[in-house]
Write a protein that binds this ligand. Structure first.
Ligand code: ADE
Length: 229
């Protein structure tokens, strides 16, 4: 599974993607995550080179019709997405979907992740910021508005990380044991490890006895919540 992220802040992904299960999945090439910074793909007219060599990219503008904040210009995003599509098109069998993050989009959940991983080889995530991206990018590309919850975030980077994490665990081999996907269990149960007795402020908290019984039938029944006390 290949993820392509269109973002002004690619570094914000670094620590998360390098750690733990997702970090290993990337090292083992079960998934990949590529970044396309719209500033890099902005047309010349939006770039200004200063005498000291620094370059400013004017990636945003004031909203037509007035209103607070700044709107991200369509051109750098269109060009970044085109670039991602070009990279994807090098693999003739690739099938791509473009997701645009918006608090008003369809609600992301595990089912959405499963379907996406089954139907597509590549997902492009378009991360907005500020007041949003010029809506005309949605006229240029077919994309789906997706929300990760009923709250408003400052940008699409966290939603992209959430989707990558959730989709990656649907990719075979990413989880050491595929069955450890929570949703494959009949019901999610509490888990315990050493010590058998946790003492906190003089109070003893024991591991449920059944888990120490060594009896797989009883243990599985407990996990399925069949045993109540
Ligand atoms: N952008 C801002 N808030 C968001 C949310 N809840 N889901 C997806 N994209 C967003």
């Amino acid at each position: 599974m290949k993820f392509h992220v269109i973002t002004l802040f690619p570094e914000s992904f670094d620590s998360y993607l390098n750690e733990s299960i997702i970090g290993r999945a990337i090292k083992e090439k079960r998934i990949s995550v590529a970044f396309y910074d719209p500033r890099k793909y902005a047309p010349k007219e939006l770039k200004k080179k200063w005498p000291d060599g620094n370059v400013t990219v004017y990636a945003d503008g004031r909203p037509f019709g007035g209103g607070p904040g700044m709107v991200l210009r369509a051109e750098p995003y269109v060009m970044a997405i085109e670039n991602a599509l070009k990279v994807i098109a090098k693999r003739p069998k690739a099938k791509a979907k473009i997701i645009f993050f918006s608090p008003g989009g369809v609600m992301f959940d595990t089912e959405y992740a499963k379907t996406a991983v089954t139907k597509f080889t590549d997902i492009i995530f378009v991360c907005g910021r500020y007041e949003g991206i010029d809506a005309r990018i949605k006229k240029v590309f077919k994309m789906e508005d997706v929300s990760i919850g009923n709250y408003v975030l400052t940008g699409g980077e966290l939603p992209a990380m959430v989707c990558i994490d959730c989709m990656a665990r649907q990719v075979s081999g990413v989880l050491g044991n595929f069955d450890s996907r929570e949703e494959e269990r009949v019901s999610s149960h509490d888990v315990y490890t050493r010590p058998e007795v946790l003492i906190h402020k003089g109070k003893k908290h024991k591991v449920p006895e059944v888990l120490l019984s060594g009896n797989p039938k009883l243990i599985n029944a407990w996990k399925r919540r069949e045993v109540i006390k």
